[in-house]
Write a protein that binds this ligand. Structure first.
Ligand code: SF4
Length: 210
C-alpha cells in the first residue's frame, strides 16, 4: 500500500544519491545565451537545442547582434526544432526589448523577466536559478509529473501551484538543485510512459498505478 507521508528531504537525499551530477544540460556562455536556449527548449529536447545553438550563438552571440537579425534568418538556423517560427520571433523581439529597455542585459528579477516576449514563469525561474544563482524552482513537465507521483503536489495542480507547494516543502537552499534532480529523475527513470519502477527507491510509496 502506498505511504503518502514520504518525507520531502528523504526524496531529495535519494535523488541526490541517484543523480549527483544533475545539472542544466543546455549549453551557453552567458546569461543572455542561457535565456535564448531556455526559450528554444520549450517542448523540445535540450539535445536538439544544443545542436542549433553553436551556429546561432556564433553568428548572434548577444542581444545587440540578435536584435538586428531578421526573423527569417533565425528561422533558417533553428528550423530543426519544434515551434521554430514562434521561437525565432520571440528571440528577436526579446532581444530588441532588452536593448530598448534593459541596456541589453537579462534582468535578474521575476517581474522584469516576465516583461520579455517568450519568457514565462518557468523560463524565468530557470534563468534566475541557473544564470543568477538565485533560489528558484522551475516546474516543467518532468518536475510536475514527479511531484505528483511522489505526493508533493497533485496531478491537477497548475505548474504555479506545484511550484508553490515545492517551495513550502523544501528549504530554500535546496530549490535550485531540486529542480535539476527532479528533471534528471523524470528524464532518465520516472518517464511519463513506462517508468523504470524496478530501479526506483520510491517503489511502493508513489501514486503511480501503471
Ligand atoms: S515507482 Fe515508478 S512511477 Fe513511482 S516514482 Fe518511482 S519510477 Fe516513478
Amino acid at each position: 500500500m502506498a505511504n503518502k507521508k514520504i518525507e520531502p528531504l528523504y526524496i531529495y537525499q535519494k535523488l541526490e544519491e541517484m543523480y549527483p551530477e544533475a545539472h542544466c544540460e543546455l549549453n551557453y556562455k552567458s546569461v543572455y545565451q542561457l535565456a535564448v536556449a531556455v526559450m528554444l527548449s520549450a517542448q523540445t529536447t535540450d539535445v536538439s537545442v544544443n545542436k542549433v545553438t553553436p551556429v546561432l550563438f556564433e553568428k548572434y552571440p548577444d542581444a545587440e547582434a540578435m536584435a538586428k537579425a531578421s526573423y527569417r534568418e533565425i528561422e533558417e538556423i533553428i528550423k530543426s526544432i519544434g515551434l521554430y517560427r514562434n521561437k525565432a520571433t520571440n528571440v528577436v523581439n526579446m532581444s530588441r526589448k532588452l536593448i530598448e529597455e534593459f541596456s541589453g542585459i537579462i534582468p535578474d528579477n521575476m517581474e522584469d523577466l516576465l516583461k520579455l516576449p517568450g519568457i514565462g514563469r518557468k523560463s524565468a525561474n530557470v534563468i534566475l536559478s541557473e544564470g543568477y544563482r538565485h533560489p528558484a524552482i522551475a516546474v516543467d513537465t518532468h518536475v510536475h509529473r514527479v511531484a505528483a507521483r511522489l505526493y508533493l503536489a497533485k496531478e491537477t495542480d497548475t505548474p504555479d501551484q506545484t511550484e508553490q507547494k515545492l517551495r513550502k516543502k523544501f528549504p530554500e537552499e535546496y530549490w535550485s538543485k531540486l529542480h535539476h534532480l527532479m528533471i534528471f529523475f523524470g528524464r532518465y527513470t520516472c518517464h511519463s510512459k513506462r517508468p523504470e519502477c524496478d530501479k526506483c527507491p520510491f517503489y511502493g510509496q508513489c501514486r503511480y498505478k501503471g
